[in-house]
Design a protein around this ligand. Structure first.
Ligand SMILES: C[S@@+](CC[C@H](N)C(=O)[O-])C[C@H]1O[C@@H](n2cnc3c(N)ncnc32)[C@H](O)[C@@H]1O
Length: 401
């Protein structure tokens, strides 16, 4: 069996998150009361009202943000928009509720179509629009921006199919990313199992819709994830007027443009290995140990990647030549790039990998046939432990403090 030596220490890092300066508009308890009262007519008997002071519960009016306008996409029978119309009006927010179907088809499919549409458009600052494709918002609303764009439980109308649903959320996020104001947010509710937020392994995560990766491709960061209690009439099951299952833990994924740091838990990462050759002469080996130990490799690489990308070295090992058959001993580092205030795109991460190899090679020689290999597909940072564990069998061991 290979003899492995953990040579230095570095645990999986947790970078502190600096929230933006809050503008307190009204007290938490007041807001909860407003929302509860506006929704009371549509709360299904099984729903539990949001607890006061519970940050895990999603609220459509964020206490910290002033929003002027809100666009709701793919709103089924318009029940969600109807349920928030009064509260949104009280907050001076203009609401645009939209559905994919044309008005005639919508009226035929949904028994609440007309009553919900009336309930919304009775407010002068609200409107209902039909035939709106959430993947082509820039065509429908040219030159406009929204402070909030929301799509609850997007779903391609055919049978459940990851490929089409992934295409739908990818295209929606792409389109919505061009339509939000600078501080705007995209809120996308997903059924349990679609978002991958609680996935325990990479395999489990890859079986979800991987929304973080699509969001990152369009320059979006996952600012927050909250429990979403859907307290309105859930309709529109594959294009017919029927409820659908949302599981025990539906979640609201809240995306923002790049710029502000997001919590470590929400970041997306890519990884690669760095193989460093350790020549056999003891003098040189000693001097190279300076580089190998502690945080040096991490510091060298952090220097060359853009601000907003966090570098971690969560695993490292030395492989002895007797064990590998290679002509020198070798140090292997797992290098991880995480999107902290910049979104993590795989092709960009590959450029960071190249910069890292060039920078490290100024200090120590690299194993030639391990240079230039593509970084991994992006994965959420909470799976880093699991990624490290999976790589243990290839000789990499978790760094220890
Ligand atoms: C599971 S239903 C959810 C409906 C509603 N948002 C709710 O929470 O009750 C999925 C919705 O996505 C809508 N949808 C699918 N593709 C769409 C697209 N390209 N643009 C707008 N809506 C779309 C469907 O019309 C349907 O209303």
């Amino acid at each position: 069996m290979m003899r492995l030596f953990v040579i230095a220490t570095l645990a999986i890092g947790a970078l502190s998150f600096t929230p933006s300066c809050p503008i307190e508009r009204f007290s938490r308890s007041t807001a909860t009361t407003i929302i509860s009262s506006s929704l009371s007519s549509t709360i299904p008997s099984s729903s539990v009202p949001a607890k006061e002071n519970d940050d895990s519960i999603w609220k459509f009016v964020d206490l910290n943000e002033k929003i002027k306008n809100m666009l709701v996409c793919g709103d089924g029978d318009l029940s969600f928009s109807a349920s928030i119309a009064q509260t949104v009006h009280n907050e001076d927010i203009c609401l645009t509720a939209t559905v994919l179907e044309d008005q005639e088809a919508h009226g035929k499919i949904y028994q609440r179509s007309i009553s919900n549409a009336e309930q919304i458009s009775n407010f002068e600052n609200h409107k209902v629009e039909f035939s709106i494709d959430a993947t082509k918002l820039e065509e429908t609303f040219p030159g406009q921006t929204f402070d909030r764009i929301q799509f609850n439980f997007p779903h391609w109308k055919g049978k459940a199919n990851h490929r089409y649903n992934r295409q739908l959320i990818d295209a929606f996020l792409k389109s919505a990313s061009k339509m939000i104001s600078d501080d705007g947010e995209i809120h996308m509710a997903l059924v349990q199992g679609q978002g991958g937020y609680n996935a325990k392994t990479l395999t489990e995560y890859r079986d979800t819709w991987t929304p973080l990766a699509y969001a990152a491709d369009h320059g979006l960061l996952l600012a927050n994830v909250k429990q979403f209690d859907a307290m309105y009439n859930l309709s529109s099951h594959r294009g017919v007027d029927r409820g659908f299952k949302i599981g025990q833990e539906p979640k609201m994924f809240i995306f923002r443009k790049e710029g502000k740091a997001i919590p470590t838990r929400n970041q997306l990462c890519c990884r690669h290995e760095l193989h460093i050759l350790l020549p056999d002469n003891e003098e040189s080996l000693n001097s190279q140990m300076d580089i190998m130990e502690g945080d040096k490799i991490q510091e060298i690489i952090q220097e060359v990647v853009p601000r907003g990308i966090r570098v971690e070295v969560p695993a490292r090992s030395i492989l002895l030549k007797e064990d590998t058959g290679y002509e020198t001993n070798m140090a292997i580092f797992m290098i991880v790039y995480c999107g902290e205030s910049l979104s993590m795109k795989r092709d960009e991460a590959d450029k960071y990998r190249h910069l890292a190899e060039v920078a490290v090679e100024e200090h120590v020689p690299l194993r030639e046939n391990r240079k230039g290999r593509l970084v991994s597909k992006p994965f959420p940072s909470h799976l880093l432990e699991s990624v490290v564990a999976e790589n243990g069998s290839y000789g990499l061991m978790k760094s220890e403090k």
